[in-house]
Write a protein that binds this ligand. Sequence first.
Ligand SMILES: [Zn+2]
Length: 170
Amino acid sequence: MKVIEGSLCSLAPLRFLCDEMLNGLAQWLRVAGYDASLPARGSPDRQLVDQARVEQRWIVTADADLLEFACAPFYVLHLAGRDEQARLRELTRRLDLDWCFAPFSRCKNCNTPLYLASDREIRNFHPGVPENGARKVLACSTCRQLYWEGSHVQRMRLRLEAMNSWRDAR
Ligand SMILES: [Zn+2]
């Protein structure tokens, strides 16, 4: 297991609280299978820090102001990259993050763990989606989003693998 000096967060498995500017990055963490929360819109920084401490999450932020909190070395990962690609790369290198940790085990939209949808659910709620007899279909109980191995999911898998190659490129 990788140990990050100074961290008081549980590192196995990694859990995150992304600031509201990093919605896209949070979605990629969820696609890879990590528990990645977003704060309620407009939450004050103090509330963000308290939530991270209670829930043992890394705060992933592009906001350098959060580094001024005394607990910052233990809970705050400040990403200096200017765009999402640069920030994803920085996060990968700093945590040696495995993007193939548990792909498609959480909902990209709302962070809920996914379950295997029944054929009946698929027929009733999403006609047109291939049934589980043919393909595995995963569902989110919160937002009802379905995921199956179509071209969109395949593209995201390729992207996860590509991001994992940054771990070696040191
Ligand atoms: Zn969902």
